[in-house]
Design a protein around this ligand. Sequence first.
Ligand SMILES: [Zn+2]
Length: 261
Amino acid sequence: MTFIDTHTHLFLEQFDTDREETINRAIAVGVEKMLLPNIDNTTLRNMFDLCDKFPKNCFPMVGLHPCSVNKDFKGHLNTIKTALQNNKKRCVAVGEIGIDLYWDKTFVEEQKIVFQEQIIWAKEFSLPIVIHVREAFDEVFDVVDKLNDNNLCGVFHCFTGNAEQAKHILSYGNFYFGIGGVVSYKKSTLPEVIADIPLNRILLETDSPYLAPSPHRGKRNESSFLVHIAERLVNIYDIHFDDLAKITTDNAKKLFFTNKR
Ligand SMILES: [Zn+2]
């Protein structure tokens, strides 16, 4: 039984003192692969270094996060695109990309342009996209509605939307739902929404070091905690633990490791 943590920022400073131990803890509980979404030009180096150190376990994604977009986005995008071009064989996705209007709405137009541009790269390189959306489903849907086609695929990372938004995503055809720690929180309405999403559309993710699942809520999250998210989904889907592991791992393999490139 193995798992894939499809979204984990183990290259960030929160892991500076125990990064290798953290990865080994994850491997010990069956989290064999960890997919690392880049943030911006300041994180590329550490992200790739970690993938070099654990080539069988850690896999890079290259993208520009919406919270790092400002008026100087053009040069920033060039740096990110060069990194993608130079590493296209080993990158498993373009990510993370998207729109975030929770923290700051100042650069909403720039965020839209940057998101759109990176979707075009994903098509060019035949890579899936990893979408971050916060308080911006309408804006994200506007962009994806325009660009979606048979070749576009990806995941709505840390999905916490409602039933209607879930339906919209299912209608795209080739998109998955990244489910993380939020599903384990007491007041979360997510369990009801995802009960209507077929299990073959579900991916597991921690989003470490953020959003630790119960019983670790409020602490630093890490990839070994993926099993707590899996346990919660076992209840929701009323399925055996091993079957849940197999189906979600197969989903992740299909999206990120099918050789289309
Ligand atoms: Zn993230």
